[in-house]
Design a protein around this ligand. Structure first.
Ligand code: F0G
Length: 393
């Protein structure tokens, strides 16, 4: 299994035989990145396009496993402006981009005979882990920050049969738990984005954008634990190395004001994040104070000549409302992309640029995030008819 890959430490540069259980560098604890030992041969857009649009269309660039799949990826690219698109990840089987990574990592885990999986989560990862683990016939454990997970996401974890552990503390504390308890000895396989195989699946988001509209000038996305921005950049780099594209986009990473360890640091020109133990934002999906993938994200932002932006909760909710008015329903974290774009437009981003906003999760994930105005009430059919006539005039 995984013979086509080796794992390279992004910190010390050592390489290892690829193995599903090698999650961080055995030597220095650094993040690992899967790299192809030989350039995959014979890949082309023509070959890819003989297959259904979605994650596994690009199977030559993914681990050679029997996929545990529910049709992830292949999400709509919705045009909302002359040169502006939304990559609508809410259309994935569990309603977020996490499914791209989960189909790959859970398929690998299955082949490695894993019986139980575990993750820390602000919600979406737990929903995806629970669903894919059930489909693979595995048990799942999800460690969540108490009272800070949106109802839709919690409901999914329950529906798909996860064992739920709540912790008093933010996501970062939940991830500490997972890093301590997972491993070959406990048999618990960790499915957070520190697992490099998850990011292998998530890189297909970049492939799909290019597959549809070529290389945009910008890809704008929310940053939490900083896995997705790393994965997307890896996807673009691989396409360039394989001759599938000949230019690169720039990345814009958006963080919420109360949870902006990466954006604040980069704005101040620092080379490490400004960690916080008390992250806070209405966008609970990205309520993260110590993003583990920061070294990969810093590299992606620097290599892509990227930018970061910080948005307030008010700006996030306003952007969510504006997207809603265009028929595009996203959860608050995903609206951060649009909020950030609006701030960058006319500055780093020019109106002539072609821009893709990544909308990471579905609006239904978090129905408590936005206010419900008083409805028009009627106690009879006649009264309802009369009131509607009056309003429609
Ligand atoms: N958007 C949504 C909707 C998310 O759920 C997440 C992360 C992100 C953006 C940020 O992605 O962590 O790769 O930078 N959610 C994780 C979870 C942390 O547990 O569901 P990232």
């Amino acid at each position: 299994m995984l013979g086509e890959y080796e794992l390279r430490c992004v910190k010390c540069g050592r390489t290892y035989r690829a193995d599903p259980w090698t999650i961080v560098c055995p030597h220095c604890g650094g993040l690992l990145e899967p790299v192809f030992r030989r350039k995959p041969l014979g890949v082309s857009w023509a070959l890819f396009r003989t297959r259904k649009f979605g994650v596994w269309r690009y199977k030559e660039l993914l681990p050679r496993v029997r996929p545990i799949s529910m049709g992830e990826g292949g999400t709509p690219l919705i045009k909302i402006g002359e040169r502006l698109w939304v990559k609508y990840e809410g259309s994935n089987p569990t309603g977020s981009f996490k499914d791209r990574g989960m189909t790959v990592a859970v398929s690998l885990a299955k082949e490695a005979n894993v019986k139980s999986v575990i993750c820390a989560s602000t919600g979406n990862t737990s929903a995806s882990v629970a669903a894919y683990a059930s489909r693979a016939g595995m048990r799942s454990f999800v460690v969540l920050p108490r009272k800070k997970v949106a109802r839709g996401k919690l409901a999914q974890a329950v529906l798909h049969g996860a064992t739920i552990v709540e912790i008093d503390g933010p996501f970062d504390a939940a991830l500490d738990v997972v890093m301590k308890v997972s491993g070959r000895e406990s048999g618990l396989y960790p499915l957070n984005s520190i697992n490099p195989w998850r990011l292998e699946g998530q890189k297909t988001l970049a492939f799909e954008i290019v597959d549809e509209i070529g290389v945009p000038d910008w890809v704008v996305l929310p940053v939490g634990n900083a896995g997705n921005i790393s994965a997307i950049w890896k996807g673009f780099k691989e396409m360039r190395e394989l001759g599938l594209i000949d230019k690169m986009p720039r990345l814009a990473g958006i963080q919420a004001a109360g949870a902006s360890p990466i954006a604040r640091a980069l704005k101040e020109g620092l080379s490490e994040p400004i960690f916080t133990d008390n992250p806070e934002t209405v966008a609970t999906a990205i309520r993260i104070g110590r993003p583990v993938n920061w070294p990969k994200a810093f590299k992606a932002l620097s290599e892509s000549r990227g930018v970061v932006e910080i948005v307030t909760d008010g700006e996030i909710l306003e952007a969510q409302r504006k997207l809603g008015k265009m028929g595009v329903g996203v959860e608050p974290a995903s609206a951060a992309s649009y909020a950030g774009y609006l701030k960058l437009l006319g500055r780093e981003i020019s109106p002539d640029d072609r821009v893709v906003l990544v909308a990471t999760g579905h609006a239904l994930k978090d129905p408590d995030a936005f206010p419900f105005p008083e409805p028009v009430r009627a106690s009879s059919v006649d009264e309802a008819v009369e009131k509607i006539r009056g309003l429609a005039l």
